[in-house]
Ligand binder design. Structure first.
Ligand SMILES: Cc1ncc(COP(=O)(O)O)c(C=O)c1O
Length: 386
């Protein structure tokens, strides 16, 4: 019975062009990958500083395995809280100029764990979301019992309208990404914090795609706009520029104490492996000294964006290493992605519900490991299909 039901659902999903399938990568997921024995330039990873497979990080992880073994063995609240977890959290808090931080097994879990803990059982609370916030932020909001207001993407007039509509709520949590994962554009952070302060809202910023890439030592976009001290809750991930795994939240000591007591995504899961903590500590050290890689990456991104725009392609308002090329329909997006695959370039199609309807796209994700030859090949290949 279940299988018949699932077959029917799968065929509906497939006929809508929305069936998701897995590609098998036969190499490490670096800037060149192998699929079915063939080599591709990979423009789809979040390995922004090209640290995946870094020898120093690998070595730190292996040494930690020797010292602690791999397993966390239980929740942080039982016997899974090792000194290396606390060391990583102290370093991450210092990096983000906050009092304290808490590590989660993934960035997804951090977002869900923070929002659902803060906003559950709050009869008088509301959440104010950018329309294009990441699924993990939406899922956290949906797990809360709060009323949700949505503002137009990166539109501060629309945010202000929502804040006015939300005036009667005692606790208002406003949530945005600093660099948006699928559009590569920025929340206007100065206006964002000013509005949150004006209307007495708590500010939460997801810096998953800006940490490591923007700001002094890669501290993120809030640091670039000089507003880090005005953001109440900062979330980051260890899985993108850090090329490790895990997520973290930074904020006041009280916020972290509260999450330790109330965040189900933190409490009811086994602690992050000590090997991951050691790898993340080493990665953080490298990220901080990677100014040359950051500047190379952002210059390449600017160059590529300008070239694509000259070809008449719509790259939305990207200002980052994430460059969307809007291909519109699902069919056209699949066609573009397959054509690039034939040319030895790997950029999967991004379709609804990850992005809005008719906004399907290929999402070019640059890393500091891409050399000029890779980028020129991409431009040349795309120019033949526009
Ligand atoms: C904006 C944003 N936040 C959070 C996450 C989740 O991070 P992780 O991959 O570490 O679970 C992602 C990853 O896709 C993301 O794009």
């Amino acid at each position: 019975m279940l299988n018949n039901f699932l077959l029917k659902r799968l065929s509906e999903i497939e006929s809508g062009g929305l069936l998701r399938t897995l590609n098998t990568i036969q190499s490490s997921p670096a800037s060149t990958i192998r699929i079915n024995g063939k080599s591709f330039i990979n423009f789809s990873s979040n390995n922004y500083l090209n640290l995946a497979g870094n020898k120093e990080i690998n070595e730190a992880a292996m040494n930690a395995v020797e010292k602690y073994g791999f397993a966390g063995t239980s929740s942080r609240l039982i016997c899974g809280n090792l000194s290396i977890h606390e060391k990583l959290e102290a370093e991450l808090a210092a990096f983000k100029n906050k009092q304290a931080s808490l590590v989660f097994p993934s960035g997804y879990q951090a977002n869900v764990g923070v929002i659902s803990a803060l906003m559950s059982n709050e009869k008088n609370s509301c959440i104010i979301m950018d329309k294009l916030n990441h699924a993990s932020l939406w899922d956290g909001a949906k797990l809360s019992s709060s009323r949700i207001f949505v503002y137009e993407h990166c539109d501060m007039n629309s945010l202000e309208k929502s804040l006015k509509r939300a005036h009667k709520y005692e606790i208002k949590l406003t949530i945005a990404e600093s660099v948006f994962s699928m559009d590569g554009d920025f929340t206007p952070l100065r206006d964002f914090v000013e509005l949150c302060q004006k209307y007495g809202a708590v500010s939460m910023l997801d810096e998953a795609h800006s940490t490591g890439v923007f700001g002094e030592e890669g501290k993120g976009l809030a640091e670039v706009f000089n507003v880090s001290n005005k953001i109440d809750i900062t979330v980051g991930t260890l899985s993108k520029a850090f090329a490790v795994q895990g997520g973290f939240v930074c904020g006041s000591r009280q916020l972290i104490n509260f999450l330790i007591s109330k965040s189900r995504a933190f409490i009811y899961t086994t602690s992050v492996s000590p090997a991951i903590c050691a790898a993340a500590l080493k990665s953080l050290e490298i990220v901080k000294r990677s100014d040359a890689q950051r500047s190379f990456l952002l210059k390449t991104a600017e160059y590529l964006k300008n070239k694509l725009n000259k070809l008449g392609l719509n790259t939305l308002n990207t200002q980052s290493q994430i460059i969307p090329v809007i291909t519109g329909s699902i069919e056209n997006t699949e066609k573009t992605s397959s054509y690039l695959r034939e040319k030895g370039i790997y950029i999967p199609a991004i379709k609804p519900s990850t992005v809005p309807k008719e906004q399907s796209r290929i999402r070019i994700s640059l890393t500091s490991g891409h050399v000029a030859r890779d980028v020129e090949k991409l431009i040349d290949s795309i120019s033949k299909i526009v």
